[in-house]
Design a protein around this ligand. Structure first.
Ligand code: ME8
Length: 531
């Protein structure tokens, strides 16, 4: 373990105000795909996800259900575990901010902040949105009122819910002292925020000037106590952001080695709604206490539901009646189909317009007709012509393998795409091989070759070309569709390969096991019939 390079990646920790939904599932699958890919590239991956359990929003949800906040969190946490299990999310750690390790870490953070001189006591008088758990300045609120034509009642610039007026004693974090340091960070590491256009957004926000942020609350008590000031609890974001560091041992003397080895994180994957917290406040907090900042924050777009009449993407909401439940999609596409659709049809980084008809289209085109069909045709022909075995070739190297060039070319472009979470590009690379292999079947007509024994060698090499293309495609698709890729490799008697830690070696042309049993099996992706 220790000699493998560490790769630490996280999802946001989700609020426990509702059950997991398509948006949180989207982000979690996106992170899981990267984690699986990196494991296959030989990294010692730590993938952490979890729950953000403090704050007013959670407290309110608990009260609405006549429970204490802790009871409420405990009652919902299993739903998240279950949802991630169902989606085959292979996380290594699940952190809940009410756990003792987080309380220990946040307490330590306060002490370090106090030593640093970057916090001071004052009082906050301004606007707060409980849904967003965010403070807003008078200017932000005025702008929003103008845009939304509201009078009297001030609405949240983000979610348009009514704002609360808050007046309370509070500790402040001197974010304003970090403007130059943050701009220097963005200059030095332009890929700190990905994709590029998000980096530009963050930069211009910081260039506009930074205000100190209130980081403790006194008007309610569902939070981690400030160790040196009774009556103050930690502002939920000051607590939540630290979870990443906590999960690798921040503030725990017994985990000092682990922290040194794992920190900083390579990737925080977050939605575009929370980039200011992750790309401005979080690095400033780390700078304040002298810890390294993460390598990348990848901000993904939002899933919007495509209105079939207007063709426009609309925000998903229960009141609009357009919310799509993850379980409905899983029922329609299967788990691997779900993962494949969301990861390859919506460009990570941009908003994605989703619809049931598009799901069916992508599933049928890519999975049923292209990938599934290639596997089922090739394996059935192989089973039929070679007695349920993979062919044996005397000279695999000399065998005609026009698919080899494509396979060799796409592995490089696939890896480049995966490394920057450009999953739609990675899909294109793999599909190039799959489409070429399907065309190859039409061109070589194995069924005609099979009619004449004189063609047995030729038929064997054609089959090996196809099976080898399938083997390599299964590897490359594995982060997206782990179950079906493992099944394909099993059908080729290569089950051990599914957990490869050396993807590049596994994708070298010629790795097919010869003369071993091949299983035809059922259709991997039965075609969807649309009503
Ligand atoms: O913000 N499309 O938690 P949260 C895509 N607890 N992704 C979506 C989405 C949509 N329609 N809706 C939500 C919080 N998401 C804080 C995070 S981290 C230290 C604390 C995803 O439960 C997206 O990734 O509101 C977004 O950033 C996240 O859910 C917000 O989850």
């Amino acid at each position: 373990m220790a000699d493998k390079p560490s790769f630490f990646i996280s999802t946001p920790i989700y609020y426990v105000n509702a059950a997991p939904h398509l948006g949180t599932a989207y982000c979690t699958v996106m992170t899981d795909v990267m984690a699986r890919y990196k494991r296959s590239m030989g990294y010692d991956v730590k993938f952490v996800t979890g729950l953000d359990e403090h704050g007013e929003k959670v407290q309110l949800a608990a009260h609405e259900h006549d429970m204490t906040p802790q009871q409420w969190c405990d009652s919902l946490a299993p739903d998240f575990h279950k949802a991630w299990e169902e989606l085959n999310i292979a996380y290594d750690d699940f952190i809940r901010t009410t756990e003792p390790r987080q309380i220990q870490a946040v307490t330590h953070l306060w002490e370090r902040m106090k030593e640093s001189g970057y916090i001071y006591k004052g009082s906050y008088d301004g606007w707060y949105c409980v849904h967003e758990e965010t403070f807003y300045t008078e200017t932000q609120v005025a702008h929003s009122d103008e845009e939304n034509h509201t009078e009297g009642q001030h609405l949240c610039p983000e979610c348009h819910r009514p704002l609360d007026r808050v007046e309370e004693e509070s500790w402040f974090f001197k974010l304003s002292a970090f403007q130059d340091k943050l701009l220097a960070l963005y200059d030095e590491r332009p890929d700190f925020v990905m994709p590029d256009f998000r980096m530009r957004e963050v930069r211009s926000f910081v260039e506009g000037g930074l205000k100190d942020v209130s980081v403790s609350r006194t008007s309610f008590d569902w939070g981690i106590p400030v160790p040196f000031d009774e009556g103050h609890v930690t502002y939920v974001w000051f607590d939540a952001l630290l979870n990443y560091a906590t999960s690798v041992g921040f503030g725990n003397p017994d985990m000092a080695d682990e922290f040194a080895r794992r920190w900083p994180a390579q990737y925080h994957v977050v939605g575009k709604d929370i980039i200011r917290f992750h790309c401005v406040i979080w690095p400033a907090m780390l700078m304040a206490i002298g810890e390294a900042v993460p390598e990348h924050v990848f901000a993904h777009g939002f899933l919007m539901v495509r209105n079939e009449e207007t063709g426009q993407g609309e925000k998903m909401s229960k009141s609009r009646g357009n919310a799509i439940a993850p379980s409905d999609v899983i029922q329609m596409l299967g788990v691997d189909g779900f993962r494949y659709y969301f990861m390859t049809d919506c460009t990570p980084g941009e908003d994605g317009a989703i619809s049931y008809s598009r799901m069916a289209q992508v599933y049928n085109a890519d999975l049923a007709n292209s990938w599934g069909n290639l596997v089922s045709r090739s394996l059935s022909m192989c089973a039929k012509y070679f007695d349920d075995k993979t062919p044996q070739l005397d000279s695999w190297e000399e065998a005609t393998n026009p698919l080899r060039d494509i396979a060799e070319k796409i592995v490089g472009s696939y890896c480049q795409a995966m490394d920057r979470m450009a999953y739609t590009d990675a899909r294109e690379a793999v599909m190039e091989l799959i489409h070429a292999a399907n065309r190859y079947i039409e061109e070589t007509e194995p069924w005609s070759l099979a009619k004449d024994e004189a063609n047995t060698d030729k038929l064997a090499s054609v089959m090996c070309d196809l099976l080898e293309s399938i083997r390599i495609s299964a590897h490359l698709l594995c982060p997206f569709m782990p179950e079906t890729s493992a099944e394909v490799l099993r059908r080729l008697s290569l089950e051990d390969e599914a957990t490869t830690e050396d993807l590049l070696a596994s994708c070298v042309w010629g790795g097919l096991a010869q003369g071993v049993s091949v299983t035809k099996g059922d259709a991997l992706f039965p075609r969807l019939v649309l009503e």
